[in-house]
Write a protein that binds this ligand. Structure first.
Ligand code: NAP
Length: 320
């Protein structure tokens, strides 16, 4: 199955490495890669992990026309204010009858219902497991394993970078040093202020609410409160009292619709929501038939995001 990658940064490269490792088991071939500054690489026979980039294709449409892929993988940076240009990339793929897998939560946070309808009209699939909790199954778990279950709300600690920053501050380092550490691990957003100020968490919460709760929400309505004003001293004072800080995302169905709150909360270290360390994440789904059930991902890295992409692809390939 031919693949076209739009974006080839941390996730794209981890995905290419994963395919290389599992080549015997999965019949996928990366035939095109399009980036912002590195240019475009196309080879119908399949590209190596470090492809020879040539000049950038004039447009996404022309790139997709040349690659003739069955699936486009959209892995450009998050733009929490608009979801673009990823939304346009996805539409360009649908317009050509190409399935889409994305790890970019922007399109799901901004335009899930529209894109889902457009994918159905085009007879293609739109999948996005890696947008929240990296590769840990959340959307697929609800879709495949919880038939008839209504999601009434959720509580999540969904952003890895802020946890790494808080831990670094607890060890006496600065917020900036913590961000540099998350960047080295390949898990910070391209613009890490989206992590620090809560926009990544807001986009994830909106994506979850739109898909699992049939909400019509977008990040701008969330007004997230992140950890931008937190100091090393404050984190150490809290630690001395057995407390810590986590950016917590909460969603609830009310009579006026789904409300979402994203804010840095001071928690007892013994609180379940304080338990995820480092890049670990936790999501609790509050449901009508199954009470509260959770998904935990312990120290995921970009390899797990790549796996989420692969799991979506496998589903698409099975249905073909
Ligand atoms: N990293 C993680 O752990 C993780 C986890 C879950 C989800 N995600 C999501 O996955 C996506 C990718 O993350 P990443 O860490 O791989 O980002 P990244 O390392 O910054 O890479 C982004 C890639 O997108 C390319 N790009 C930027 N604008 C583009 C455009 N307009 N058209 C085509 N290509 C464009 C860049 O091109 P150049 O190479 O030329 O700059 C680069 O190759 C993001 O949406 C992120 O939120 C990431």
């Amino acid at each position: 199955m031919r693949l076209a990658l739009i974006g080839y940064g941390n996730v794209g490269r981890a995905f290419a490495r994963l395919l290389e490792r599992k080549r015997a088991a999965f019949p996928f071939r990366i035939c095109g890669i399009h980036t912002a500054r590195h240019g475009t690489a196309i080879d119908p026979k399949g590209l190596p992990i470090d492809p020879p980039f040539g000049p950038a294709a004039p447009s996404i449409g022309e790139f997709l026309d040349e690659v003739k892929a069955a699936v486009a993988i959209e892995i450009t940076p998050l733009q929490p204010a608009t979801g673009e240009p990823a939304i346009s990339h996805i539409r360009a793929a649908f317009a050509r009858g190409v399935h889409v897998v994305t790890a970019n939560k922007g399109p799901v946070a901004h335009a899930y219902h529209l894109l889902d309808a457009e994918a159905r009209a085009a007879g293609v699939q739109f999948r996005f497991e890696s947008t929240v909790m990296d590769g840990a199954p959340v959307y697929n778990m609800v879709r495949n394993n919880l038939p008839g279950v209504g999601v009434l709300g959720f509580t999540g600690v969904l952003n890895s970078t802020t946890k790494i920053v808080v831990e670094a501050m607890c060890d006496g380092r600065s917020l900036r040093e913590g961000v540099a550490l998350a960047r080295r691990l390949g898990i910070a957003e391209t613009d890490a202020s989206y992590d620090i100020d809560g926009w990544d968490s807001a986009a994830k919460a909106c994506a979850l609410a739109n898909v699992l709760m049939d909400a019509r929400v977008a990040p701008a309505s969330v007004e997230p409160k992140g950890i931008g004003r937190l100091t090393t001293r404050r984190v150490q004072e809290l630690a001395a009292k057995g407390k810590t800080v986590r950016v917590v995302s909460r969603a609830e169905r009310t009579s006026s619709g789904v409300t979402i709150q994203v804010k840095a909360e001071t928690l007892e270290c013994t609180d379940l929501l304080a338990a995820p360390q480092g890049s670990s994440n936790l999501l609790l789904l509050h449901t009508d038939l199954m009470g509260t059930i959770g998904v935990v991902s312990i120290q995921p890295g970009v390899e797990q995001t790549a796996y989420g992409v692969l799991s979506d692809l496998t589903d698409i390939a099975r249905a073909e």
